[in-house]
Design a protein around this ligand. Sequence first.
Ligand SMILES: Nc1ncnc2c1ncn2[C@@H]1O[C@H](COP(=O)(O)OP(=O)(O)OP(=O)(O)O)[C@@H](O)[C@H]1O
Length: 358
Amino acid sequence: MTQKVVVGLSGGVDSSVAAALLHRQGYGVVGVTLWLMKGKGQCCSEGLVDAASICEQLGVPHEIVDTRDLFQNHIIDYLVQGYGEGVTPLPCSQCNKAVKFGPMLQYAQQSLGIDKIATGHYARIRFNEDSQRYELLRAVDRQKDQSYFLYDLSQEILAATLFPLGEQTKTVTRQLAAEFDLSTAEKKDSQDLCLIEAHGSMRDFLDKYIAPKAGEIVDLSGVVLGHHEGIHHYTIGQRKGLGIAAAEPLYVVKLDPVMNRVIVGDRQSAGSGECYVQRLNWVSIPEPTAPIRCEVQVRYRSAPVTVNAIPWDDQQIKLVFDEPQFGITPGQAAVLYDGDRVLGGGIICPQRSEGQRT
Ligand SMILES: Nc1ncnc2c1ncn2[C@@H]1O[C@H](COP(=O)(O)OP(=O)(O)OP(=O)(O)O)[C@@H](O)[C@H]1O
């Protein structure tokens, strides 16, 4: 019997090629496009049309699933609340878990009776016979690797998921798109967060939801150097757009939502030797009970650095970096790697919670 698979189609070239490859391999492909954004967004206008035309070309069904409320609750509200509290939330890993993979698998199983899903993400999954766990791995194409955004997926999701592009480079994907003569072959790669593409900039997006609230920009000793119109316009490590003339470059080192202050300092003061991480998911391994030495990425595009990850309490680990790291940003994900294997990850805490062991 033909094995069926639901392929998440954004209307972009990656998911188009993922669907075409699975179709060529003999899978019974059903294209599903999640309608994510209220108002005008890539995935809810031309994305839907492009996804439909790919399905027409392949001769496979196309379904549109309305997940706008999920996107509003899990992404828009999450961002607005986080920025308002002085953190810089990472929407993509949250979106993958709560809006894309979970709901797509649920729809596939419950509405279509299909138990496999696929996306055009660049990452790999393998089953480890010894540990009896599915493991998440970096993509072969390190430039395109999206494993950072996928650390929060569960074993159940990994068991059901295919990443047809994980073993190939983007160049090969483009070549395949041309070979398959896909209508999306010439489409440009998305450059930024889907929200930013839809709204122009994160600032424009946030200004629609968060009212201006003027406050002070101060140095580390509290001297007022300037003024701002809302701490949500700033992120840790930011240098540009501070509007302060100073002898040496100044960086945002802290955001204080209580005092409504942006605190700035020199580059060295924007560095940290350690941080705490919460809301953990151990994607490829069981939860560790002893410190582990591994690599960590603290932003999508940051280079992996070596770290001791120390289980701290039920909810947190402490990361102690070999070298102080610049711009550790609360709200972003810290993702732990052992070579190509994603061990797990979580969200960087604003500061250490009270009541912990010393
Ligand atoms: N609205 C959506 N509906 C269904 N699946 C989606 C949607 N948006 C993204 N995906 C899936 O998630 C994958 C990664 O999405 P991402 O937004 O990172 O796009 P991308 O890397 O630019 O890929 P693409 O070229 O397919 O748009 C896509 O390849 C697709 O399989």
